[in-house]
Design a protein. Structure first.
Length: 184
């Protein structure tokens, strides 16, 4: 493992260090869509890990491409291309996705729990439904059908997504800072 990590580790010059510090407006690396798609495909085994990537932002490039479409790196004058995305960059993206997923799923399951408990409160709180099983079952089923869909969607899809994105972004910034420190 050490040999592979050493083989694909960053080898930087002053231009790269400057680029690492100025990668985006808020200091956080913005993975290009093509890079994210590539890393996801590699993790699923749908694409090979080796290819031609920009030496600065690691966006996949074509064999005849001279300028990166994401960071405008000129391969003839500036940093050349690399054959594989460094493991550190892959890990940063993987961690970002994990954090986002954890919050979205957690809030969605919380919405399901609220719908289940809310339905029980309604069914057990109304005396008529408590005494009549068939109407109580129908009301509870309707509350579950509507409540689970709405609460899980709103809590997971909106609140969980926003909170997860912000937390993941903070972690990505922190990881990027650690990467910059390691490179220097």
């Amino acid at each position: 493992m050490d040999k592979k990590e050493n083989q694909f580790s960053f080898q930087v010059n002053s231009v790269e260090k400057n680029f690492l510090h100025n990668f985006s407006i808020d200091g956080c690396p913005l993975f290009s869509e093509r890079l994210e798609e590539h890393l996801v495909a590699v993790s699923r085994g749908e694409s090979p890990a080796v290819g031609r990537f920009c030496g600065f932002c690691f966006t996949p490039t074509g064999p005849n491409t001279e300028i990166c479409g994401h960071c405008q790196n000129n391969f003839l004058l500036d940093k050349k291309t690399v054959e594989i995305v460094p493991l550190a960059v892959t890990e940063i993206l993987r961690e970002q996705r994990k954090i986002e997923s954890r919050f979205v799923n957690g809030f969605a399951y919380f919405g399901v729990l609220l719908a289940v408990l809310g339905g029980l409160v309604v069914v057990l709180g109304i005396p008529y439904l408590r005494d009549h099983l068939i109407p109580a079952t129908i009301v509870y089923a309707l509350i579950l059908l509507v409540g689970v869909r709405i609460l899980a969607g709103v809590l997971g899809g909106y609140f969980g997504d926003n909170i997860g994105y912000n937390r993941a972004r903070k972690r990505t910034i922190q990881s990027w800072e650690e990467l910059k420190t390691a490179v220097e």
